[in-house]
Design a protein around this ligand. Structure first.
Ligand SMILES: [Ca+2]
Length: 187
C-alpha cells in the first residue's frame, strides 16, 4: 500500500507587493530626512547673512561717527542729499544701494562709492595661506543692499537719527535688518 505523503510547503519571504509597500514607506522616511537636512542648511545660511548684515550696518554707522569726529564732514553734511531731512549739502545717497567699496571719502552710501569694486566677505586665505592677497576665497554680497536714512530729531537741535536698513535674500527668503542710531552735532 502506497501512502501519499503530502507535504505542505509554506513559502516564506516577501511578496512583490509587500516589498513595494516597504519601499514606499522607506522613501517617505528618507525624503523627510532630506527636508530636515535642507532646512538645517538654510537656517545656517540665514544666520550667517543675519550676522553679516548686522556688521555691515554697524560699519556704515561707525564711518559716519568717525567722519564727524575727524571733521571730514561738517554737521550740515551729515544728511541725505534729498528727501525727508535731506539737504543740498547732505552727502548720503537716498535709497537702497549695493554694497561696494567706500571710495575716497571712506564713507558708505555717498556719491564717490566705487560700484566697480563690490564688497565681499573674506572666508579663507586661498592657496597661498595668506589673508589679504588676491587669491583669498571670498563670499559675494550681491544679495544685499544698504539704505542710509538720516533725519532731524524733532525738538532736539543738533541731534539726528541715522537708520541703516539692510535688505538681503537668503534662498527664496527676503530678510531685513535695521539699525537705528542717534548722532549729535558735538562728540
Ligand atoms: Ca563714499
Amino acid at each position: 500500500m502506497r501512502r501519499t505523503i503530502e507535504r505542505v510547503t509554506k513559502q516564506t519571504g516577501f511578496t512583490l507587493l509587500e516589498a513595494m509597500i516597504a519601499m514606499v514607506i522607506l522613501s517617505f522616511g528618507i525624503l523627510s530626512l532630506a527636508t530636515v537636512y535642507a532646512q538645517g542648511i538654510q537656517v545656517a545660511s540665514i544666520t550667517q547673512f543675519d550676522y553679516i548684515a548686522e556688521k555691515k550696518a554697524e560699519e556704515a554707522v561707525e564711518t559716519i561717527f568717525a567722519a564727524r569726529d575727524s571733521k571730514l564732514l561738517a554737521w550740515t553734511n551729515i544728511r541725505n542729499v534729498t528727501g525727508t531731512g535731506g539737504a543740498n549739502d547732505g552727502v548720503f545717497v537716498v535709497g537702497a544701494l549695493p554694497l561696494c567699496a567706500a571710495g575716497p571719502d571712506g564713507l558708505y552710501g555717498t556719491a564717490d562709492d566705487l560700484t566697480s569694486v563690490p564688497d565681499v566677505v573674506i572666508i579663507g586665505p586661498g592657496p597661498d595661506k595668506i589673508l589679504g592677497t588676491a587669491d583669498d576665497v571670498v563670499m559675494s554680497l550681491t544679495n544685499m543692499t544698504r539704505t542710509i536714512t538720516i533725519v532731524d530729531v524733532t525738538g532736539e537741535a543738533g541731534l539726528r537719527q541715522i537708520t541703516i536698513t539692510m535688505n538681503y535674500t537668503v534662498g527664496h527668503l527676503n530678510r531685513q535688518y535695521t539699525l537705528v542710531s542717534f548722532i549729535a552735532e558735538f562728540s
